[in-house]
Design a protein around this ligand. Structure first.
Ligand code: SF4
Length: 369
């Protein structure tokens, strides 16, 4: 089963750390943009007619900033053009400052059954410092509107002046108001964003401080019943994101809209990040792909290992064998030996030990060195 991703590149304002394809001054183009997305979907219909999809993820940007009728039409377009299973996981990302009971009602009615809410922090001064448009109260209102629904909250660590108590309060707030899934990410100071200047000025916590916040967060999440299944993702039993699991298992997915990327039949391709160019391509009946790369067998294997090592489950050696026709432990015996203090190895799997998962990037780099 494969996944569908749709990128909605509009936001109310630009957060200080954001380097995603998102525009705070182009909401007036939402109607034309969505018309192009429906058109792009229809254009891929024939090529994907033999695929079955079991997830649809509407991300951004801020999908909840546009009129809810466009979202309902988007879900309808996905169902019309593709074999989307009846029990598909359909997620929408929402910014708490842009939701209402009416919007959520429309989302639920059109089939959306999972909500991803960008809480980030429960400390208002930190929200303001990040340039987020919402307050803690707005998150609480949003969470109350989602009562009983399957919803995830994003939590950020490594913020300016953030203490362990702040992270704890954020996690506890998300859990207390009903989140069944929490994504806990470290703030990345991307070059060119205002937060990068904070980083250069030494205003952000250093790597060891962030690691300590992360370990504390993992512990608190565990106490609250959230199991880690990927380095940044934690879920109550059965509430893991199917869409993201598909990425980490190197499943196939198709992306629509500005900056959306896809991986179909071992070809990765990415759409333009430029809104005008996207319009031009789609309106002239072309795709908006700017980058296309065929992944050879070696590349597929490398991707598979890198993605699997991010997860709690690690490399399932039987699954690896079925895909690459080799014995993982034998083929990579020298790497496993060299990194043995970081790895947990048994007959069924090879995975990074839980206490080292936060630094999985450097372990993975070392694995391939
Ligand atoms: S809401 Fe998300 S996509 Fe929009 S500006 Fe903020 S971080 Fe970027």
């Amino acid at each position: 089963m494969a996944g569908i991703y749709v990128h909605i590149p509009f936001c109310k304002s630009k957060c200080r750390y954001c380097d995603f394809a998102s525009f705070s001054d182009k909401l007036c183009y939402a109607e034309s943009y969505m018309a192009c997305v429906y058109r792009e979907m229809a254009k891929r219909k024939e090529e994907l007619k033999n695929y079955s999809f079991n997830t649809l993820y509407i991300g951004g940007g801020t999908p909840s900033v546009i009129d809810e009728s466009y979202i309902a039409m988007l879900v309808a377009a996905a169902k019309k053009n593709f074999n989307l299973s009846a029990d598909a996981e359909i997620t929408i990302e929402m910014n708490p400052g842009t939701v209402s009971a009416r919007k959520i009602g429309v989302y639920k009615k059109c089939g959306i059954n999972r909500f991803s809410v960008g809480l980030q922090t429960a400390v208002n001064s930190q929200l303001a410092d990040l340039g987020r448009v919402h307050t803690l109260n707005e998150f609480v209102t949003c969470a109350k509107l989602l009562k009983g629904e399957n919803f995830s909250a994003d939590v950020m660590i490594g913020l300016k002046n953030q203490t362990a108590e702040d992270v704890e309060k954020t996690i506890e707030t998300a859990a207390a108001f009903g989140a069944s899934h929490i994504s806990m990410y470290a703030l990345t100071p991307e070059d060119g964003t205002p937060v990068y200047t904070d980083y250069l000025n030494g205003e952000l916590p250093d790597g060891d401080e962030v690691a300590a916040l992360y370990e504390m967060g993992v512990k608190r999440l565990k106490e609250l019943g959230f199991d880690r299944y990927e380095v940044s993702n934690f879920a109550k039993k059965g509430k893991e994101s199917r869409h993201n699991l598909n990425y980490w298992r190197r499943g196939e997915y198709i992306g629509f809209g500005v900056s959306a990327s896809s991986c179909i039949n071992d070809v990765r391709f990415t759409n333009t990040f430029d809104l005008d160019e996207y319009f031009k391509c789609i309106l002239s009946d072309n795709f908006a792909v700017i980058d296309r790369q065929e992944i050879d067998k070696e590349g597929q294997e490398e991707e598979y290992i890198m993605l699997a090592l991010r997860t709690e489950r690690g490399i399932d050696t039987a699954d690896y064998k079925s895909k690459f026709n080799a014995d993982f432990a034998k083929k990579y015996s020298s790497q496993i030996k060299r990194l043995e203090r970081f790895l947990s190895v048994d007959e069924k799997s090879v995975k990074i030990k839980p206490e080292h998962l936060f630094v999985q990037n450097s372990i993975i780099i070392e694995f391939f060195n």
